[in-house]
Design a protein around this ligand. Sequence first.
Ligand code: KIV
Ligand code: ZN
Length: 436
Amino acid sequence: MYYPNFGSFTHCKIGIKMIKNTRPESINLISKRAFSPFCIYKLFKINKMSEKVYIFDTTLRDGEQVPGCKLNTKEKLALAVRLEELGVDILEAGFPVSSPGDFDSVHQIAKTLKNTVVCGLTRAVQKDIEVAAQALKPAARFRIHTGIGTSDLHIKYKFNSTREAIIERAVQAVKMARNFTDDVEFYAEDAGRTDNAYLAQVIEAVVKAGATTLNIPDTTGYCLPHQYQEKMAYLWNNVPNIDKAILSCHCHNDLGMATANSIAGVIGGARQIECTINGLGERAGNTALEEVVMILNQHKDLGFYTNINPKLLNPISREVSDVMRMAVQPNKAIVGSNAFSHSSGIHQDGFLKEAQTYEIMNPAEVGAEDTKIVLTARSGRSALAHRLHKLGFEFNRNDIDALYALFVDVADKKKEVVESDLQAMAAAYNSTLVSQ
Ligand code: KIV
Ligand code: ZN
């Protein structure tokens, strides 16, 4: 990128304005040399400031593609309202041409939401785009999400076509969508396995045709984080008109890397993440919304923020799990039932002395229940004393030593020592004291 010489204060102000609209990684050292020391100081300050990452929720589209998770219009509408409260910027409400039911869901959501951009998926097919536009029409703000497969595998086997013809179809689809809205997102399906130089050609052409967001899906969840980051950076650095659009991450979790890849994509230059509550989605799922939001929130040094209210993450996770009848795995980050429970003696002892020793965030921050100190055969005396204290028993150190012997006996026979076991133990111990 070329920057004029901003040596003077006035020019510096113009320069800063330009830099604000530029991703830090695209400002190279040569261009920095054109700035005065004051300008360079401001430049570093600006680059340290947080930049927004847009959250594009696709729970109701990619998430709902999970077998058994299909929702009716009423259920979708209720979740859409919750997702808007959560603070998602864009909500993909469905694939309107796919069925009358999905058309109706998208239409009702479009009528209801006030701030969130409502989005509908289409293929690069005229009918899909027309139907999506019709479903989305009542929305305060809407986006059409259109696209086509760009990897050689997709071009050959899905379309029996050529690279050139695919660019032509992509351009036509974007132009068609632009007849209905100026908010058009283009997806290059299987971008994860698409040759970067060709992908850059596709992206340049669709931006020229009017696409304002560029979805770079790792459709098969194949990329390694550094590869996905390099792909984003390659596009940012090699597509001449890339500053006219926002790059978006859309990662699948086939190898368990969806979250890592999305964060890598943002570091590489993307400013939108497509994700679902609880990481629901085709096969092994999509990027989990709660994970990327909390990573950006915890790692402030990365310099990004989102519009999501983290306190609503656990309540909405439970709601999605209930309505989709899909249990959340207990060890799931942020929203799993064990995400804030400690069971080993070493961890429990540290946590009870100072929570930060074993917890990087407070459960209340993400709307989870209080930390649980679970009692198992691996637990120690401090956890036992803590749990007994919570039940209203006050025992001294000698009592706890004696009770601990009883506890280990019970704990070895059971997976978990629960409240009723503790009550029984305390009662038995107290009665031995009375009879002495
Ligand atoms: O994974 C994918 O490529 C998709 C596109 C349809 C956006 O979901
Ligand atoms: Zn997908």
